[in-house]
Design a protein. Sequence first.
Length: 132
Amino acid sequence: PEVTASSRPALEHAEARSWIGRVDLTRLAYDDAKLQFERALELDPRNLPAQLGVSIVMLQTDRTEEAFRLARQVAEREPKNATALFVAGIAAGRLRRPDEALALVRRAVAIEPDNAQFQVALRHLERTAVKP
């Protein structure tokens, strides 16, 4: 959509920038999404949707350690945030921390048991978990 002079002030709110960033994520426009989330965090450094959005961008662009750290921070502040738990779990798996990955994804599934993406990841982690 076109930005007019009268609508420009509405963009200078963290919530608006986070929403635009989430739209950019759905378009797989990671650079655009990152810019929106970073602007949201400039406006409100404690904006959880923006923090989680940056984490997702980091995960998608192979900055896994940073993705893990940011998603864990969101999950610590919002323990029932299934997406934060899921992103942290996927990052933990990529960091070769299978037990932590499994525990985090299980928590996400417990919160959102009907989420197909979470279920698929959980089954994958369970299949690949090292058994004693």
